[in-house]
Design a binder for this molecule. Sequence first.
Ligand SMILES: [Zn+2]
Length: 158
Amino acid sequence: MQFIGEWAANEGRNLIYFQPQVLETFSSYVQVKSNDLEAGGVLLGYVRGSHLEIVEATAPTKFDKRFRYLFERMRDLHDAIAHKRWAQSDGTIRYLGEWHTHPENNPSPSGIDLREWHALATKRKDGRPVLGVIVGRHGLYVENTPRLGEPVRYEPIL
Ligand SMILES: [Zn+2]
């Protein structure tokens, strides 16, 4: 599965670029078989004005709870990686959001997903939105959830 790496919202005023290694991580956890479990992690990258460049998607750790229709992160390990990258990059590579898989061809967020993204956005110390990515079998779902106001849905640039 080759996912699309360039996404846009608000007539192109907001762009998101997923670097190839991020798409490879997504591809390696697609729930192809009927017993494949959900996977996920955090998204790290650069803020470039009103655009985002995603450079890393952390892989599930052995401490995460993985089920067929549910993925629960043990936040500490993912947060530790995020903090390490932030320190190594002099604060330029930062936490941008969350990703997880769904056993659907074209995924859409569950009520739990929407509530979690909003709760995370409310908790962010830097006040930035939380990017939520769902990895399906045929495509991604990409949405940026601010602390206040409506979430912004991104569409692939074909
Ligand atoms: Zn979900």
